[in-house]
Design a protein around this ligand. Structure first.
Ligand code: RNT
Ligand code: ZN
Length: 421
């Protein structure tokens, strides 16, 4: 285990190296900590929710694995959440789904949810002094079993889900009011088909109408975002809410964000590459950070080139008023608290690395046309001592540095998770 003196010593050496590059590490850490990361609750229970449904996870998304110790109820989710959050430095928000309502043991259907079903979550967020983001749940429900919800040709089904969408926005507005903090309401629907439908247009026209209905009411502090997708398991040939559909919708609507999930595009497309092309047109972007492996597999976010590039883009735009960062992955094959913390720590680390990059110097080189120096400096950035600053950053934020937190999480597993059967 590193002592505080070790960490300080390492930091001092790193600070000088970054200073030589023209980077102020203190400023970088401060700026990094101000960027909120919305940490999702659904990694903690494999996207099961608290409705006590007997049905499986549907909608073309999937968790694989059966690692012991999964959170089984509201209290366990809160305990695990708090533990995972304690390993994540910097500004955070919670992110929950409608299916995580607190129904006090009495089944409440999706078209019946009320703001007070989320009082427990709001109290929890307020105790932690963090914001709370929301997501309507359009999957894992018998009324989505046809594969269609908001774009369904069955009016009873469509209006059921429109009601859900409206109620979720009411809940989200209530959360904004009770937390006094802005809320992001992210709408993702699973609608689509395994085979190519003959009529690809009508579902999209219906989706447009459904969204128009859902988004009518205005709630202070609430921002809505629409999440596109390329395909899902069982919706390989057609997805109503495609990227082009939501691009069109958000641009013409003028008041809703566009969600870009890193797993929702063709494998050679990158979200980092799309950001600057989209930003001039949409009101804002919600980034869903995940890790697709071969498909939209929702692996735990790794410290890879795509994550680093996305973080660099965000920091270089300096438009955090228009871009929000949220996590979205679910791996049931490992300790879920560790999984949640690994991905979130990686996101924060990538932001720290981006803030520690001599962006102003590089920009000047570019402006002068000195692309040789721009190339050389960018390459040297790759082996800068990020880990030394990171550990110091954790220490400063009262969070266990690398390695230490893993030992602590394993203790939690032995003490708390292991007793769950
Ligand atoms: C599904 C979307 C969506 C979900 C969560 C659970 O492909 O990525 O964001 O992962 O809402
Ligand atoms: Zn997503």
């Amino acid at each position: 285990m590193l002592t505080e003196a070790n960490i300080l010593q390492g930091y001092e050496a790193a600070r000088q190296m970054y200073a030589q590059m023209g980077v102020d590490t203190e400023k970088a850490m401060k700026a990094c900590g101000r960027v909120p990361i919305s940490v999702h609750c659904w990694q903690l229970d494999d996207c099961t929710g608290l409705e006590a449904r007997s049905g499986a996870l549907t909608g073309g998304i999937q968790t694989t694995g059966n690692y012991p110790g999964k959170a089984r109820n509201f209290d366990e989710i809160k305990a695990d959440y708090e533990k995972a959050l304690s390993y994540i430095p910097g500004s955070k928000k919670l992110s929950i789904h409608a299916m995580y309502l607190d129904n006090h043991g009495k089944p409440v259907d999706r078209d019946q949810i009320e703001p007070e079903h989320f009082d427990g979550w709001i109290d929890f967020a307020n105790e932690l002094d963090v914001g709370l983001d929301f997501n309507p749940t359009f999957f894992s429900h018998e009324k989505s079993s046809s594969g269609y919800t908001l774009s369904s040709s069955d009016e009873a089904i469509r209006s059921f889900w429109v009601e859900h969408g409206k109620r979720c926005r009411k809940v989200a507005g209530y959360i904004a009011k009770r937390t006094g903090k802005p809320v992001m309401n992210n709408i993702w629907i699973p609608d689509g088909e395994k085979e190519f439908p003959i009529d690809t247009l009508s579902p999209r026209e219906r989706l447009r109408e459904s969204l128009d209905e859902i988004l009518q009411e205005k709630y202070p502090g609430l921002t809505d975002s629409l999440e596109s997708k390329l395909f899902g398991i069982g919706s390989e040939c057609y997805v109503t809410g495609s990227h082009e559909f939501y691009m069109g919708y958000t641009v013409s609507h003028g008041n809703v964000y566009l969600t870009l999930d890193t797993g929702h595009f063709h494998p050679t497309e990158t979200v980092s590459g799309k950001l600057s092309a989209i930003l001039p047109f949409v009101p804002g972007v919600l980034l869903h950070v995940s890790r697709p492996e071969r498909w939209d597999s929702d692996h735990v976010v790794a410290y890879n080139d795509e994550l680093r590039r996305a973080a660099l883009e965000l920091v270089r735009f300096n438009r955090f008023d228009k871009i929000q960062v949220a996590l979205d992955y679910f791996d049931a094959s490992v300790n879920r608290v560790i999984a949640l913390a690994v991905g979130a720590r990686n996101m924060r680390k990538a932001l720290l690395e981006a803030f520690l990059t001599p962006n102003a110097t590089l920009r000047k080189m570019e402006e002068k046309g000195d692309t040789s120096a721009r190339l050389a400096v960018q390459e040297e950035c790759k082996v800068m001592p990020l880990g030394l600053v990171w550990n110091y950053y954790c220490l400063k934020n009262g969070v266990a540095p690398d390695m230490d937190w893993i030992t602590d999480a394993q203790k939690y597993e032995r003490k708390v998770l292991a007793s769950r059967v």
